[in-house]
Design a protein around this ligand. Structure first.
Ligand code: HXC
Length: 257
């Protein structure tokens, strides 16, 4: 593969991206970021691919940003190079993607999982924002996305105590959408992704934009955005096909238009 720190495979219409730094529990460094930016851009550009899955290993989704890489960088270096600001490009992916989490998702690993459209977690998954123990704090979304996902009480607890949530607490709190057995995590995530990939792609992107808008707008602006996007989808060929296929009791054949 052209990548040093990840492995990318296509399973039908699903792109599987696996973090692959086993010696460092998939810690995220500059090379991982560069590889992820390239892999997500390739996924986005490939019309044969309808959903992506990002996963790690059995032991760790990712145990955080690479502490060895960060240890000698001061404010000027971090600020000057906008360290990990490039993850904004991964977040900007318009097509859907799922994080499939087993084992540790800590610090930047938890933050990367929260960039996904949703998280499917193995019963072994553990989430945490332990940065405080290193004298820092979340730096790629943890204080904001975790708080929006689970509310202040748990987010503040996680950030200032540095404790981990097991998968059941994470699911109850709203961080995780589905729990599956560790043994079938990747298979189950690919199955879920294949279902998503089988739906009309413009509708999927619109659904994503609407839900994401709920984090950025007030209610009436969000509702108006939703209604207008709904109206707009009614101009697509796949809307017509979807409704006609339903009435004719057959499967839709999507054109992506
Ligand atoms: C670099 C890491 C690492 C990390 C683990 N390793 N986490 N290397 N950065 N974040 C390395 C270890 O140094 C070790 O390498 C190997 O992976 C195995 O880890 P162990 O600690 O021996 O495993 P274990 O005892 O099972 O403990 C697992 C663990 C622990 C609980 C997950 O590794 C841990 O606490 N890791 C750090 C978690 C953390 O603090 N993450 C937040 C980082 S800050 P060697 O070579 O010794 O075998 C962050 C900020 C993001 O993410 C914002 C950026 C802008």
């Amino acid at each position: 593969s052209q990548f040093q720190t990840i492995i990318v495979e296509q399973h039908g219409a699903v792109t599987l991206i696996r973090l692959n730094r086993p010696d460092a529990l998939n810690a995220l460094n500059s090379q991982v970021l560069a590889d992820l930016i390239e892999a997500f851009a390739a996924y986005e550009a490939d019309a044969s691919q309808g959903c992506a899955v990002l996963t790690g290993s059995e032991k760790a989704f990712a145990a955080g940003a690479d502490i060895k890489e960060m240890s000698n960088r001061g404010f000027s270096e971090m600020f000057g190079e906008n360290y990990f600001g490039g993850f904004d490009r991964v977040v900007a992916t318009r097509k859907p993607w799922i994080a499939a989490v087993a084992g540790f998702a800590l610090g930047g690993g938890c933050e990367l999982a929260m960039m996904a459209d949703f998280i499917i977690a193995a019963d072994t998954a553990k989430f945490g924002q332990p940065e405080v123990k290193l004298g820092v704090a979340p730096g790629m979304g943890g204080s904001q996305r975790l708080t929006r996902a689970v509310g202040k009480a748990k987010a503040m607890d996680m950030c200032i105590s540095g404790r981990m949530m097991d998968v059941h607490e994470a699911e109850r709190a709203g961080l995780v959408s589905r729990i599956v057995p560790a043994a079938t995590l990747v298979e189950d995530a690919i199955k879920a992704a294949a279902e998503i990939a089988a739906y009309p792609p413009l509708a999927t992107i619109a659904n994503k934009e609407m839900v994401n808008a709920a984090f950025e707008t007030g209610l009436s602006a969000g509702l108006l955005f939703e209604r207008r996007l709904f109206n707009g989808l009614c101009a697509t060929a796949d809307k017509r096909e979807g409704m006609v296929a339903f009435v004719e009791k057959r499967k839709g054949a999507w054109s992506g238009k």
